[in-house]
Design a protein. Structure first.
Length: 234
């Protein structure tokens, strides 16, 4: 028995439950570390790829801006970091998890607030169209300025236009009144207007009465149609 006891004591004991649990934890930790290592390697390769693309962009003298494809947040941060190091200006546009992307601009590019606003709205930037819009805007501002000066000189014109707006609508009334004002300023009066001896107040009152009569007629017509429809029902 002493010999058997000696042999049995030298044999490995079966692992306990505690040892199995520790081994499982070690395996899990190893798998996590391997996954982290692979992710670091992937991001390093991605950074090198972005550095190459940014360098090609900088060396291309014909390009002043570059739009990158939509990316997830970590990838976008790498793009912006590489671009910042290279001395470029960066912005991110679009919706997260949909089309969020990075655009980079060379420092000498004349980036305007209007262009930024277009990108924020998801629109493409068209320089020629922007010039036309700017010219139209400037022209409208000049017209409004001239009109405001005219109103200061002749306050009656403002009230005249407001009456037209109430009668025939804002835009139509404003344009019609402006035409009449211009004609009056240049001494031009149509022949039919010369025969009309009514005052402006009387003319406006007649227009208002005709408009009210027309609306009443339309309302009565609608009521008659409704009554006819009810009578036709069994």
């Amino acid at each position: 028995m002493d010999l058997l006891d000696s042999i049995m004591s030298k044999m490995d004991k079966p692992p306990s439950m505690n040892d199995k649990h520790k081994k499982l934890i070690r395996e899990q930790q190893k798998a996590v570390e391997e996954a982290k290592s692979k992710e670091r390697e992937r991001l390093n390769q991605f950074r090198k790829h972005i550095e190459e693309r940014v360098n090609r962009f900088i060396q291309n003298v014909t390009l002043m801006k570059k739009k990158f494809e939509p990316m997830e947040r970590v990838a976008r941060s790498i793009v912006r970091d590489v671009a910042d190091v290279a001395g470029l200006t960066t912005y991110a546009f679009g919706n997260e998890d949909v089309d969020r992307h990075v655009m980079v601009f060379k420092k000498e590019y004349p980036l305007t607030e209007d262009e930024l606003e277009a990108y924020k709205n998801g629109d493409e930037w068209d320089p020629e169209k922007a010039k036309e819009t700017a010219l139209l805007k400037e022209k409208q501002q000049q017209e409004d300025k001239v009109r405001a000066q005219q109103m200061k000189k002749d306050p009656g014109s403002s009230k005249f236009i407001e009456k037209y707006e109430r009668l025939v609508g804002k835009e139509t009334g404003k344009e019609s009144a402006r035409i009449l004002e211009v004609n009056k300023q240049f001494g031009y009066v149509r022949s039919e207007l010369k025969k009309d001896k009514r005052t402006i107040e009387e003319a406006l009152a007649d227009i208002r009465a005709k408009k009210m009569k027309r609306e009443q007629g339309e309302q009565e017509g609608t009521e008659n149609d409704t009554q006819s429809g009810n009578e036709a029902q069994p």
